[in-house]
Design a protein around this ligand. Structure first.
Ligand code: ADP
Ligand code: ASP
Ligand code: MG
Length: 461
């Protein structure tokens, strides 16, 4: 069997859903399971609706809900055009029912004026439930034999709402008992959502449908997981920032995981975990260019060297300065305990004799965290930073790379100001070099580095 995952843009409207089903049709002999995201920006819109309801802007919330309903109705209208009237009524009623279920949730938020992570997950689940219902309808209209599954009965997770951890053992057992892929039949499931063992809806975190796809793939020992998105696979940089970026034909699991961790949001950072477990190849392809260049991710690849540049904005550096650090043991453990207690994840670390700087992936660290850190020494918070990472297995075997990296960041003819690198970290896995710099210099730094390393070759030589 194989898993096909389609992202939000791929299923953005009715026409695109029919296009996606044409792709699925070409895979029918391979016993496919289709995992879908919510349509377009539905998840953002649902969050917006919640925010308005909570702030008391009930008419604003209603307006957005109507907008959402209309977009889904229009998509459904396009896909069900070829069905007989009775089946059309059936699918229309099914969609209305989902919106009827959604309405009291939004009303409740307006009354309580608070959005708990648990309610947020319940609300967000409607995005994927709505899109997959339309895909199911489209399959019938295109005479593709299909079954719609409910991922909340299959993906078993913990109860950290908003970024729930899947229980691989329980999930695999459920999926193996309940799901039987077969040639000529299309299974359809929601990405992103799951439920606790008690059946309370959870989500795997933003962009989590990729993760859902490899979890299904692992449980069903898929021969391949295909991630269909809106670009030609994983590229040497985000093509929205660097238009010259090119498709990387092959990557290792490790490289793909590092790249997504360091900001290449084309796949969710946890996606490779289940794939590695069973050695399942993951192929990233473009829904809008199905025969164009794509990326294959697997255990080992022939080519070594620098593979891509990734970046993340909205980063903050927190520096704790203390003369008490001098010759004192236990300082770092006290400091990291404070980060643990406040559940803030530390990214990069740089230490000196009297200060420790860490980067955190958030535009504004919680005030309680900085207050607690003040027990250790004086605290400085530097906002609006970006982390830029060069990724590739074994790239630091080549000692010239660091020198070339800094040379590439030197002032150019067009722009005489130097790029201010404020922190540097050579990943202990020998797969990345990360630089922290001011956010407003990120685009230019990426351009200069991409030009230096990828103008002529695909592995940064
Ligand atoms: P989907 O909805 O299909 O899950 P996403 O928006 O989550 O799609 O991811 C695709 C986007 O990721 C692309 O449109 C692209 O702008 C961005 N992206 C960031 N880094 C890269 C990269 N290195 N290669 C390809 N795309 C990237
Ligand atoms: N719909 C969810 C999101 O927008 C999950 C996904 O698309 O992968 O984050
Ligand atoms: Mg995505």
């Amino acid at each position: 069997m194989i898993v096909l995952k389609f992202g939000g843009t791929s299923v953005g409207d009715g026409q695109r859903i029919l296009q996606v089903l044409e792709i699925a049709r070409t895979r029918l002999a391979e016993a496919p399971l289709l995992v879908s995201s919510a349509m377009g920006k539905t998840t953002d819109l649902l969050l917006d609706i919640a925010a308005r309801a909570v702030s008391g802007d009930l008419s604003g919330a209603r307006e957005l809900r109507e907008q959402l309903e209309q977009a889904h109705q229009e998509a459904l209208d396009v896909v069900l055009a070829r069905l007989d009237p009775e089946r059309q009524d059936y699918y229309r009623e099914q969609q209305r029912e989902l919106f009827r279920e959604l309405a009291p949730l939004v009303q409740g938020l307006g009354l309580i004026r608070e959005l708990s992570p648990r309610t947020s997950d319940a609300l967000l689940s409607f995005g994927e439930r709505l899109s997959t219902a339309i895909i199911r309808c489209g399959a019938e209209a295109m005479a593709i034999p299909a079954t719609l599954l409910d991922s909340r009965t299959l993906i078993v997770t913990g109860n950290t709402f908003g970024s729930a951890q899947p229980d691989f053992t329980a999930t695999t057992e459920r999926i193996r008992t309940e799901v039987a892929p077969r040639a000529g039949h299309l299974l359809i499931a929601q990405g992103f959502i799951g439920a606790t063992p008690e059946g309370i809806t959870t989500t795997l975190g933003r962009g989590g449908s990729d993760y859902s796809a490899t979890i299904f793939g692992m449980a069903l020992a898929a021969e391949r997981v295909e991630i269909w998105t809106d670009v030609n696979g994983i590229m040497t940089a985000d093509p929205r920032i660097i238009p010259e970026a090119r498709t990387i034909p092959e990557l290792t699991y490790n490289e793909a995981a590092e790249l997504s961790f360091f900001g290449a949001r084309v796949v969710h950072p946890a996606t490779m975990i289940p794939a590695v477990e069973k050695g399942i190849p993951v192929v990233v392809c473009n829904t809008f260019d199905p025969t164009g260049p794509a990326t294959v991710i697997r255990d080992a690849v022939a080519r070594k060297g620098l593979r891509a540049i990734a970046a993340r904005a909205g980063v903050t550096i927190i520096t704790v300065h203390s003369s008490r650090m001098l010759n004192a043991w236990g300082f770092l453990s006290r400091m990291f305990r404070i980060f643990d207690e406040h559940r803030v994840i530390v990214d990069l670390i740089a230490t000196s004799e009297v200060s420790v700087s860490v980067s955190v992936d958030m535009p504004e660290p919680p005030a309680v965290l900085t207050a607690a850190l003040q027990q250790l020494g004086s605290v400085r918070v530097d906002r609006n930073k970006a982390v830029m990472s060069l990724v590739g297995e074994g790239i630091w075997n080549d000692t010239q790379r660091i020198q070339q990296t800094f040379a590439a960041l030197a002032p150019t003819e067009n722009d005489a100001s130097p790029i201010e690198v404020e922190m540097i970290s050579l990943g202990s896995s020998d797969t990345n070099l990360s630089l922290v710099l001011p956010q407003d210099q990120m685009g230019r730094a990426m351009e200069q580095l991409h030009h230096r390393f990828f103008r002529f070759s695909l592995n940064g030589e």
